[in-house]
Design a protein around this ligand. Sequence first.
Ligand SMILES: Cc1cc2nc3c(=O)[nH]c(=O)nc-3n(C[C@H](O)[C@H](O)[C@H](O)COP(=O)(O)OP(=O)(O)OC[C@H]3O[C@@H](n4cnc5c(N)ncnc54)[C@H](O)[C@@H]3O)c2cc1C
Length: 464
Amino acid sequence: MFGDARVIVVGGGIAGIAAATRLIENGFDNVTILEAGNRLGGRINTVPFGETCVDLGAHWVHGEKDNPVFSLASPLGLLESSRDLENMRFVLSDGSHLTLDAGLRLFERCSIVLDDLTALKEFRGSVADYLRSRYDELLQDVELSPDDSKAFFDWMSRFECSIEGCNSLDEASATGLASYKQCDGDPVICWKKGGYSTLIDILLSREIDLGTKTRLNSVVTHVDWSGTDTDGGNVKLRCADGSEHYADHIVLTVSLGVLKQDSIAFKPPLPANKVNAIKGLEIGTVNKIYLYYENQWWPDDCSGFSFLYKDKNSSEKKSERSWTDEVIGFYAEKNSPRVLCGWVVGEAARNVEKLTDSEVAEACTNLLRTFVGHEFSVPQPAAIVRSNWFSNPHFRGSYSFRSMHTEEMKTSASDLAEPLVNNKGLQVLLFAGEATHECFYSTVHGAMESGWREADRIINMYTK
Ligand SMILES: Cc1cc2nc3c(=O)[nH]c(=O)nc-3n(C[C@H](O)[C@H](O)[C@H](O)COP(=O)(O)OP(=O)(O)OC[C@H]3O[C@@H](n4cnc5c(N)ncnc54)[C@H](O)[C@@H]3O)c2cc1C
C-alpha cells in the first residue's frame, strides 16, 4: 500500500522490531532494520546455559494491566509468577542472618514507601534521602540491631538501584521516580521456558519475515537529514562498513548510552533540546552473573541469598569498596535448574566487566562462602556466563532512569522522543527506545510501545 515510502529502523532491539513489524503489517513494504550487532533482540538476550537458557538482559514482565507484553504472552500460556519472597534469606557478612519475619517486613515496608507516588512527587531530593527520611518509621517494631538495620538499608539501596537502573540512589531523583508507572498486577512474572526472546518469536510469528529486511553487523555512524544528496529521499545513513542507505524516514532506537557516547554524527547537528535530553536523562549499569553447578547445594525451599554487608556501609569507606562488597545477592533461577543469578549495579557492575570469567567465578565462590559457607558447602561453579552491558559499545549501559541532573536540566523523555522535522516540514528523524517512554522507560513494554508509537506516527502521515 505504501510501497514507495522508505523507512529505515536503526537498531533491532524490541523497539526496532515493534516499529518494523507494525509498519509492515500496515502495508509499508520498504522497511529495513540496520542492526549493529550480529543478532536481533538488543537488551533482550536469551542465551543457552546449563540445561536450559538464561537472560542476560530483560528478565521479568513487570505487571499485568496495560502491559502489552503481558497481553501478548499471557493468553498463550507462556508466563508464570516468579514471586517467591518468603523463601529468600537475608544473610550477613559475619555469617549471621536476619529472621525471615524482620527481613520480609522491612523489605515490604520499604517497597511500599518507594511506591508512594504522592510522597515521592513532593520530595525535593534524591531517592536515597527520601528513603532515609522515612527509614526510622519503617523500623518500628522490627527487631534489628543498629548495625543490622544499617546493613539492611545499604542492601535495600542497592536492590532499588537494580530496579531503577541507577548507579546509586544518591543520584536518582525522588520526583523523577514518581514519573515511572508500575502496571498493576504481579510485578515479577517470568517466561515458563525459552526466556525473554520468546517475545520476539511472538512478534515475528505473524508471517513477517524480518530476515530479508534486516542487515546485521551494520553500525550506523552518520545520519544526514539535511535533505541534500539523499537520492530523492530525506535522509542518508552511512555505516561503519562504508555502506550508504537512503530513506524517507528514520526510526532511531539506539540506547541512551549510545546517544551519549556521540558515536553517531548528525548533519545538521541535533537541536539543543534534543542534546539537552541526551545529556540530562541518565542510564546506569546493572549486570548479572549466572553460575551453574553440577549439583544444587542450596535447599529447595531457598529462593536465594540477599547479601547484607556489615561495617562496609559508611560513606567514607565507599570509595574503597570492591565490587565484591556490592553484590546484591544470588538467587535461584526458577526455570533453570542448578543455576544461581547474582546481581550487581553501578560502578561495581562496570568493574566486574574488566575481569575474566575465572576471576569472577572465583570471587563469587569466595563471596558465597563468606555469607553461607558455615551452613552449606559451596563448590566452584561448573560454568559461568555474565553480561557486559556497559563495555559493549552498542549499549553503554543497562536502562535509563531520572537523576537529580535530569531535574536540573529540566528535560524529559518527551524531549528525547520528539521527532525532528526537516526544512520541508517533514518529520524525518523519529526516536524510539525505552528511554523515550514517558512512564514505562527502562522496560521492555515501554520500548515496545515506543516502537509502535513511532510506526503509528509514520502510518498517520501517509493515511491522513
Ligand atoms: C540486565 C538487564 C535487566 C533488565 N531487566 C528487565 C526486566 O526484568 N523487565 C523489563 O521489562 N525490562 C528489563 N530490562 C530493560 C529492557 O531490556 C530494555 O528496556 C529494552 O530491551 C530496550 O529495548 P530497546 O529496543 O529500546 O533498546 P535496545 O534493546 O538497546 O535496542 C537497540 C539496538 O540498537 C543497536 N544499535 C546500537 N547502536 C547502533 C548503531 N550505531 N547502528 C545500528 N544499531 C545500533 C543495538 O545493538 C541494539 O540491538 C533489562 C535490561 C537489562 C540490561
